[in-house]
Ligand binder design. Structure first.
Ligand code: FES
Length: 382
């Protein structure tokens, strides 16, 4: 065994050019003080039944990954994902399976690819035993020497992995990885499959929320969630103390005995609204947005709870500072200035709901928001 740096053992450029891959491998190891003690070929006799069986096992794992990847892709696009109330037992059953089916199919695809790679490494990659001496090498090589030995190592690893002559495994691995890659692309793209501009005036479009009246003149009340989905508890101005806040949802008289509609109103993601009663002193400092001067009712202001950054619920109202906080990325909005963002990543104001009090004394929405809520549209001007 050599000791210390022995630059004289480094080959000349001519010797280097004439070296075989095997010699380059040994030289590369020597440069790093590494000696390969054992590098056993797991299949010294080629084409045995056992080798073919091992090959089929690996290919099967990759095929399973491909099948699971296709299932994920199909479920992502075609599985019934829209909310169904529990009273529609059939629809609810299939809807409730949407997320688990996505998770299981994607999980199986990733797992099968991983197991395939592991089994391949175990069965076909030669087990190498090497010894490295501490600080006992030939010293630094020239760039050309480093490049040649590195390439020789890569080529040797590729050859010893035997992947080049295992077409069944190459094809199945390509299929599994390809389908999985397709799923990875489909995941973000799938959300664009629904055209947000189609039926822009419909109740389910991105441009409208559950606060939109179904016909001209329909009264849309503010309702609180008591924990009982079927209970209708409407909101009067005197229910809130000065400086108080309550989350409210839309309610129409036509929904009163319709349990599904009552549940849906509480679950629809763009419905929650933050109703704030400002303290009288604070209310005097309010700066209203142009075109929204009459959206409040006295000291009462209503803003969507859907954050204009990426749509988290802005559930926190800080009475002392009149700030509305979004816990997701800490955006803050000024409740005294039409919920304009004053801190954090949000750049748009929270959409304001125009409100008033009906002749029966309950708070109502005068109409839907006049702009899309949340981050749904790039076109939003505010
Ligand atoms: S979603 Fe509200 S700050 Fe990001």
């Amino acid at each position: 065994m050599s000791s210390g740096n022995e630059p004289d053992q480094r080959p000349t450029d001519e010797e280097l050019a004439a070296m075989s891959r095997e010699e380059l491998l040994r030289l590369g190891g020597k440069l790093d003080g590494v000696e390969i003690v054992e590098y056993e070929d797991p299949w010294p006799v080629k084409g045995t039944k056992a080798e073919k069986r091992a090959e089929r096992v690996v290919a099967l794992w990759f095929l399973l990954a491909a099948v699971a990847g296709v299932a994920f892709f199909v479920a992502l696009i075609w599985w019934p994902w829209q909310y169904e109330p529990p009273s529609n037992s059939d629809g609810y059953f299939w809807y409730s399976l949407y997320t688990p089916v996505l998770g299981i199919t994607l999980g199986v695809a990733v797992l099968a690819i991983s197991v395939g790679v592991l089994v391949y490494s175990k069965k076909f990659i030669p087990a190498e035993v090497s010894v490295q001496q501490r600080s006992d090498n030939m010293g630094k090589g020239s760039p050309e020497l480093d490049r040649k030995t590195f390439v020789a190592h890569l080529a040797d690893a590729g050859e010893r992995s035997t992947i080049g002559r295992r077409s069944m495994i190459k094809r199945s691995a390509g299929l599994g990885a390809g389908v999985l890659g397709l799923g990875a692309v489909a995941l973000p793209v799938a959300s664009f499959i629904k055209n947000p501009w189609a039926d822009a005036n419909g109740p389910d479009s991105l441009a409208h929320t559950g606060w939109q009246p179904e016909f001209p003149g329909q009264i849309v009340y503010m309702r609180r969630h008591t924990g009982d989905f079927g209970e209708v508890s409407l909101v009067r101005p005197e229910d809130l103390d000065a400086g108080g806040m309550e989350t409210v949802f839309p309610f129409r008289e036509s929904e009163r005995d319709d349990h599904d509609a009552l549940v849906h109103a509480l679950k629809r993601s763009d419905n929650p609204v933050m109703l704030i009663r400002l303290r009288p002193d604070d209310a005097e400092q309010v700066i209203k947005r142009k075109g929204q001067e009459d959206f409040n009712y006295g000291d009462y202001y209503a803003y969507t709870k859907i954050c204009s950054h990426v749509g988290c619920p802005t559930s926190l109202y800080e009475q002392q500072t009149n700030r509305i906080l979004c816990p997701c990325h800490q955006s803050q909005f000024n409740a005294l200035e039409y919920a304009k963002p004053i801190f954090g990543p949000a750049t748009r104001a929270l959409a304001q709901l125009p409100i008033t009090v009906h002749s029966d004394g309950y708070l109502i929405a005068r109409h839907d928001f006049i702009e899309p809520i949340g981050p749904g549209y790039w076109e939003r001007k505010s």
